[in-house]
Design a protein around this ligand. Structure first.
Ligand code: NAI
Length: 248
């Protein structure tokens, strides 16, 4: 599929996990990739996979939590590729614990990376997108941002906030030809969830109508759709990719 031909996409947190799969999916659909993570050397594996798909990849050290790092990194990416047409705000962290015991530092760290990070990256790319009247922003939220979850006050608030940020971005930029949407993944098979004990996994799967965990590629395919002109009339939406666990 080449629906992302002539598209330059910037993916944050692209070194591993869902971010790596997103980058490869976008490349397979024709996009060139600006890959961002805390350390540029961590991105070599993803860059090799993008190049193996026949697309261009460049690696950038960007800490999404720091405005100066985002500004410098996005500028470097725009200089390297000439533009950014698509931004995927994927970088995210968890620091779980019941609210009673959650430290202020753990609250701040998660809100800063997951929510402020998306704000900073969106702000950095929007000027160029508005000027060219072309752009798609996709935020990686979570079903936890819709449902809440005991032990994840910081994470749930960050992802709920990200969904609200998505709607506001969509409203502010629609008249400039820029769309913004979110995906809300449910329980996805990653290195993190692999380590969960079998009984915990079975309990989780019982809550999922499609009766299985999701794959990173199933999230990535929805992101590729939202990034493409196939979604030309879709903005401000949150699509849950969760096997029906949450139905809005
Ligand atoms: P992961 O931990 O495997 O990968 C996250 C990547 O983000 C890493 O490469 C990490 O270095 C990078 N990163 C962390 N902080 C950063 C910062 N300040 N600046 C730049 N990069 C940074 O995570 P995973 O599981 O692949 O998750 C990706 C996204 O999907 C996250 O936003 C997460 O909240 C979301 N998600 C994941 C689910 C899952 O089941 N794994 C379910 C729902 C949402």
């Amino acid at each position: 599929m080449t629906r992302l031909a002539d598209t330059v996409a910037l993916v944050t947190g692209a070194a591993r996990g869902i971010g790596q799969t997103i980058a490869v999916q976008l490349a397979q659909e024709g996009a060139d990739l600006a890959l961002a993570d805390l350390d540029a050397s961590w991105l070599e594996e993803t860059a090799a996979l993008v190049r193996a798909a026949g697309r261009r990849a460049e690696c950038f050290a960007i800490n999404v939590a720091e405005a100066a790092s985002v500004e410098t990194g996005v500028k470097a990416a725009e200089e390297a590729f000439g533009r950014i047409d698509c931004l995927v705000n994927n970088a995210g962290i968890t620091k779980d614990g019941l609210m009673m015991r959650m430290s202020e530092a753990d609250w701040d760290a998660v809100l800063t990376v997951n929510l402020k990070g998306a704000f900073l990256c969106t702000k950095a790319v929007m000027r160029g997108m508005m000027k060219r009247r072309r752009g798609a922003i996709v935020n990686v939220a979570s079903v936890i941002g819709l449902m809440g979850n005991a032990g994840q006050a910081n994470y749930a608030a960050s992802k709920g906030g990200l969904i609200a940020l998505t709607k506001t971005t969509a409203k502010e930029l629609a008249s400039r030809g820029v769309r913004a949407n979110a995906v809300a993944p449910g329980y996805i098979n990653t290195k993190m969830t692999e380590q969960l004990p079998d009984d915990v996994k079975q309990t989780m799967v019982k809550l999922i109508p499609l009766a299985r965990m999701g794959e990173a590629q199933e999230v990535a395919r929805v992101i590729a759709f939202l990034a493409s002109d196939d979604a030309a009339y879709v903005t401000g939406q949150t699509i849950s990719v969760c096997g029906g666990m949450v139905m809005q």
